[in-house]
Ligand binder design. Structure first.
Ligand SMILES: Cc1ncc(COP(=O)(O)O)c(C=O)c1O
Length: 377
């Protein structure tokens, strides 16, 4: 089947090792986007490869109605790592499904249907998650979407307070908007979302699909605040590049979440990869490493590009540079001239979401390349 939903990049990748990707041409690229944050441990991490292949050999899949040890262990681990008092979860196969479940659970548990999201948000592309996604480029041609969704300006506390009422089922928010351009929410905004939802008995859904798993310097970005969500969603790096999502919920949601399910939810082979990924993140204290290296990366970037860019922002190893020309051309120059893979986030932001295992040398190499590319603008 030819690819018709996205245009392939001109670099054909053959293999991966740690932060490196090797192309068919033999060129080695430094993957400073971790392939959309999906490989926090780097490519083909041995712990994940070993867990996946031995579990696949023992039992690749069995229907979810039969209890299997590895699935139970993953549930226990992921709910233990979730911020208190979240202690229940549901496993799926992607970020959009994790959010789709979050929306369904919140609607069922509250008996309401209004969901409030933020402008510039990205929550996925299935009909429910897409309805919470802001940009017309994702929505055009697919409307009407599912349900009653409304949007408030990101980080506008007053607008959010005004928009939440007794008919609101949930507010969904990214602690740092990823696709929207690396926009960190202020703690005051997240606190306002918590207070407003609590007041009317609505759920606060925190989408940590891009920010979670140590990327921002804490296991979850929300842990850098005093805000305790009702639902937290995770995916992307959860099984280090294999399809796994999680919708983690508090008791009051779990006990009235309704009938939901998915054939592949927490299948043994993927569960083994997820468990190995989470264990490695914890054992190697990668959130802490991301905090230290992120600080260095950001300050070196600021020093290197100074006033030639509009802003450098982010947290830990989730960093965006708002450039003066189009982000795509900077991303292209970094790849073609310096063998460094970055990501655009919108039209003007160049985004770095490197594997959390990168070292100082990778930061230095990237900063030097960015300095050269930006100075050519
Ligand atoms: C914050 C956020 N939510 C949801 C998604 C959707 O995840 P997936 O592409 O796995 O469906 C993404 C993907 O980029 C994301 O960044």
């Amino acid at each position: 089947m030819s690819e018709f939903v996205f245009s392939p990049k001109p670099i054909r990748i053959e293999s991966g090792d740690g932060p490196w990707l090797e192309a068919e041409s033999g060129t080695e690229y430094l993957d400073m986007g971790a392939s959309y944050a999906c490989t926090p441990l780097g490519h083909s991490h041995p712990a994940v490869v070993e867990a996946l292949s031995s579990q696949a050999e023992q039992l690749t899949y069995v229907q979810g109605s039969y209890p299997v040890e590895v699935r139970e262990e993953l549930y226990e681990l992921v709910t233990d790592l979730a911020p208190d008092p979240i202690d229940h979860g549901w496993l799926s196969n992607s970020g959009t499904e994790a959010n789709e479940a979050a929306i369904k659970f919140a609607r069922h548990a509250t008996g309401r249907s209004k969901i409030l999201a933020t402008k510039n948000a990205f929550h996925g592309r299935t009909m429910g998650s897409l309805a919470a996604t802001w940009k017309p480029k994702y929505r055009d041609g697919f409307e009407p979407l599912a349900g009653e969704f409304d949007f408030v300006t990101f980080d506008d506390e007053a607008a959010l307070r005004d928009a939440v009422d007794e008919e609101t089922a949930a507010v969904i928010v990214e602690p740092i908007q990823g696709e929207g351009g690396i926009n960190p929410a202020s703690e005051a905004f997240l606190e306002a979302a918590r207070a407003a939802t609590e007041e009317v008995g609505a759920a606060l859904i925190v989408d940590e699909i891009q920010t979670g798993l140590g990327r921002t310097g804490d296991m979850w970005a929300i842990e850098g605040t005093d805000v305790a969500p009702d639902i937290l969603t995770s995916a992307k790096g959860l099984a280090n590049g294999l399809p796994l999502g999680a919708t983690l919920v508090r008791e009051w949601i779990a006990e009235d979440a309704g009938n939901h399910g998915s054939t592949f939810s927490g299948g043994p082979a993927i569960a083994a990869a997820g468990k190995a990924t989470l264990e490695t993140i914890v054992e190697e204290d990668l959130p802490d490493h991301a905090a230290t290296l992120g600080e260095q990366f950001r300050s070196e970037l600021e020093a290197a590009v100074g006033d030639s860019v509009k802003a450098v922002r982010g947290e830990g190893l989730m960093i965006g540079i708002q450039v003066k020309r189009g982000a795509n051309s900077v991303v292209r120059d970094l790849a073609i001239e310096h063998d460094i893979l970055a990501l655009p986030a919108g039209r003007t932001v160049v985004r770095f979401l490197p594997p959390l295992i990168i070292e100082e040398e990778h930061v230095e190499q990237t900063v030097e390349a960015v300095r050269k590319v930006i100075s050519e603008e």
